[in-house]
Write a protein that binds this ligand. Sequence first.
Ligand SMILES: [Zn+2]
Length: 203
Amino acid sequence: MNVNAVYLTMRSRYIQDPSWENFFALIGSLLYKFPILSKVPLGLREVEGLINECGLEVCEVLLNACHGLALALSPLEKVRKKLREEIQTPPGVDLIDQDLARKEIFWKLVRHAKQGQNRLILLKAGLEPKVKAYVLAHELGHHLLGHVLEECKVEGWLQEVHADTTAVWLTGLPSPFRSKEENRLIAELVGYDKNKAAAGGSA
Ligand SMILES: [Zn+2]
């Protein structure tokens, strides 16, 4: 069986019709593609290993607005757009006062585009290990589920629910950004029992 073909079929079904049925079928196909997934929940090192195996690069940057971002760059287009935004900075504005985080991201994107690297996770620098593992698993989820693809039809809020569900499954940790009740429902969905899910409940 060509496990990659099965994965791609499930993924294209899911991004056209993101029902829970198609979501779980896609997750199921990942179990064949990445044997380590039979050992979930995974620790930070294993999540990082999986990210490597997927050919994704992680960039730690000074993100302000969020904890992580999953990106698929169509390099030239994205960089050109960013460049246009940069050039349109009104004259007379002191560049030193500009948003440093944004500029740092910009230059990293340029570097990645030049290297032809187009699958990228931007991660907020300085996260504590549990939050880091969760955020990485969440962003990896966006990549594995195909949310970064142009043809993805999944609505933004649902992408977040599905990426969180994937992250909880991968790490066994509750989302640090969702309520207890939401985490309880997600843990139940992925089959972690109450006690197991509660173990990380204070993260
Ligand atoms: Zn997300």
